[in-house]
Design a protein around this ligand. Structure first.
Ligand code: WT7
Length: 593
């Protein structure tokens, strides 16, 4: 069942005058030239009495002052059919209770609150409540195995962990000795542990009061820590500040065209930054109703959500779009999707076929946009009112200057003005949601910048009309189902197994999920390659790393190709796997053959 071949058009022409409500961004050039971040900051309120800027105030409390208290802020759809509506006023009270509970435990501003759970209402309360308490919030993906959880909690010096009793037992309890700084665990569900520092969410919140005044918060105060992966070493902790909300608000308007009456659904998990910036902050700052779906992807279930919740703006990802395409547009027949007016996609390249399939299946294209954990918010986008060139990521947001550059020999960058020339995508600093550093890794952070430019590490080109086209990543990091996976983290977990001498991990192209994680392993002497060892290694990696990160395929090799300095040449492994030219082999020292 292959998707119906879409007639590939090179341009989808928009008629913005016919759109209702009128798009926030109608005239791209005029909006860009009139735009300033100071003006965007005025779309937010600031804390009462000039107390500064706090994300949770902008996302929750201020709506009570504007008469939106009774409006549904979060509509939660549980896995087994439960529904829960939380109004802005209820969300304000619940987050107040959590902020009070943190204070009651002696947790101080600036300390880190990690949240490890599926998309439960408590996750949203915990993140926003932690922001009220001026703690730094770190949502972790609940499908991570113990190893990625421990690495991140260790690096981030987690003081508090909010999780479920089940996840605590399965993934965290055994690692407590690695986390001496972790003082409190708050579990949703029955405590299931008699450790004195493990508290029950319900008892803690029930005994806290629901009045709370957010203390003075500076726009430059740290708010969120999101981990992301690089080619080498441990994950990087990208640090974000409260002032980022200005960019979330601006992109909510311009890139997602959110209006207050919208019912919005971002399908991403808050364990990845899309699910925080656009699954929590941007929609709530905009005062919309934010739909949260606990269950994982299932095409028919998703179509039911779109129809029955009357979703008007939908933000999703290419892997899901390709899975829906595989099922075919007929699966949508009979659905009333009349509320839907805008669809956007992010996280990995969206093929032109996917953009156009949107037209066939939903009567509107998917609007691809681009950003990174480091940029905090959407930077390049296809806008509702602008023509789409399927396959292009669109144009820079108002307030953002992008360029295609080449790094010079002497350390500077050279901006490439000519259209359709490949180079590195660069963004001119600053903007409000830009990361303020990589946690404890100044050197790695500084390497991202040359002069006024932030270098994204992505390769791209710009056409004569100013549309940007993604070409590829400049590093070895793997994108699988939209999730960024560091090969080093996977290799390290494999190396823990007594049979493994060396491991090299690559992303192998896949028509649905973009790339699948594939490992090449050389065994220690005394071990023989074979099906049972392969299964054992796959199982070991899955147990340590979790299903979202573990390799799906393992091949055995006698040796892995290495450079003179002993680094495994993943690029060569990949070229050989794909039957591509092997490229420059001048640094190759030892080989697998
Ligand atoms: C990397 C960032 C998606 C934002 C949050 C996750 C790739 C992202 C696109 C796109 C092609 C894309 C890039 C980027 N990427 N959006 N529209 N087209 N590639 O951010 O996990 O830090 O990943 O995702 O390679 O650098 P992230």
């Amino acid at each position: 069942m292959s998707p119906r071949p879409a007639a590939l058009v090179d341009r989808i022409v928009k008629r913005p005058a016919e759109l209702s409500p009128a798009p926030h961004l109608l005239d791209y050039d005029a909006t860009c030239s009139a735009f300033s971040w100071a003006q965007a900051a005025a779309w937010l309120d600031g804390l009462p009495g000039g107390g500064g800027l706090n994300i949770a105030h902008e996302a929750v409390d201020r709506h009570l002052l504007h008469g939106l208290g009774a409006k549904t802020a979060i509509r939660w759809l549980g896995k087994t059919g439960e529904r829960r509506e939380m109004s802005y006023a209820e969300l304000a009270r619940a987050t107040n209770r959590f902020a009070n509970a943190l204070a009651g435990l002696g947790v101080r501003p600036g300390e880190r609150v990690f949240v490890l759970m599926g998309r439960l209402p408590e996750l949203y309360v915990a993140v926003l409540g932690a922001l009220k308490a001026r703690c730094v919030a770190t949502p972790l993906f609940s499908a991570f195995g113990p190893e990625p959880i421990a690495t991140r909690a260790e690096m981030g010096d987690a003081r508090v962990l909010v999780t479920t009793s089940e996840l605590y037992r399965r993934k965290v309890q055994g690692l407590r000795s690695r986390l001496p700084g972790l003082r409190h665990v708050i579990v949703v569900g029955d405590a299931g542990s008699d450790e004195p520092d493990v508290h029950r969410w319900n008892s803690l919140l029930d005994s806290a009061t629901d009045e709370y005044t957010i203390g003075p918060t500076g726009a430059e105060d740290l708010a969120l820590l999101h981990f992301t992966s690089g080619t080498t070493g441990r994950p990087k902790g990208a640090m974000h500040v409260h002032g980022a909300a200005v960019a979330h608000m601006a992109t909510a308007r311009y890139a997602l065209d959110l209006h207050e009456d919208d019912v919005f659904w971002c399908t991403s998990d808050p364990g990845w930054i899309t699910g925080t910036s656009y699954g929590i902050i941007a929609p709530l700052c905009s005062g919309v109703t934010n739909v949260v779906v606990e269950a994982e992807f299932d095409a028919q279930a998703w179509y039911s959500v779109l129809e029955h919740e009357r979703i008007s703006v939908w933000y999703t990802a290419p892997t899901a779009i390709r899975m829906m395409m595989k099922l075919g547009a007929q699966a949508l027949r009979g659905r009333d999707l009349s509320a839907l007016r805008f669809m956007a996609s992010v996280g990995e390249p969206l093929n032109p076929e996917g953009v156009i399939w949107g037209l066939q299946a939903f009567g509107m294209p998917f609007h691809d946009n681009w950003w990174q954990t480091e940029t905090g918010g959407i930077m390049i986008a296809n806008f509702l009112a602008l023509d789409i060139k399927p396959g292009s990521m669109g144009k820079p947001l108002p307030g953002i200057t992008a360029a295609i550059v080449r790094r010079g020999e002497t350390g500077g960058v050279h901006v490439i003005d000519a259209p359709m020339v490949d180079g590195e995508l660069a963004l001119k600093t600053p903007w409000p949601s830009m990361m303020r550093g990589y946690l404890n890794e100044d050197e790695r952070y500084r390497k991202c910048f040359v002069g006024e430019w932030y270098l994204t590490g992505d390769l791209a080109r710009r056409d004569a009309e100013g549309y940007y086209w993604f070409v590829g990543r400049g590093d070895d990091v793997i994108k699988s189902a939209g999730h960024l996976i560091g090969p080093f983290e996977v290799e390290s977990a494999l190396m823990e197994h007594p049979a493994v001498a060396e491991a090299g991990v690559i992303g192998k192209p896949d028509p649905i999920v973009g790339e699948v994680v594939k490992a090449f392993v050389a065994l220690k002497s005394g071990y023989e390659p074979g099906e049972s060892l392969r299964r054992e290694l796959l199982g070991h990696a899955r147990k340590r790393l979790g299903a979202a990160v573990a390799p799906k395929e393992i091949d055995f090799r006698a040796n892995l190709p290495k450079t003179r300095s002993g680094k495994i040449m993943r690029r060569l492994l990949k070229a050989r796997e794909l039957g591509l030219p092997e490229g420059d082999l001048s640094t190759l020292e030892s080989d697998e053959k």
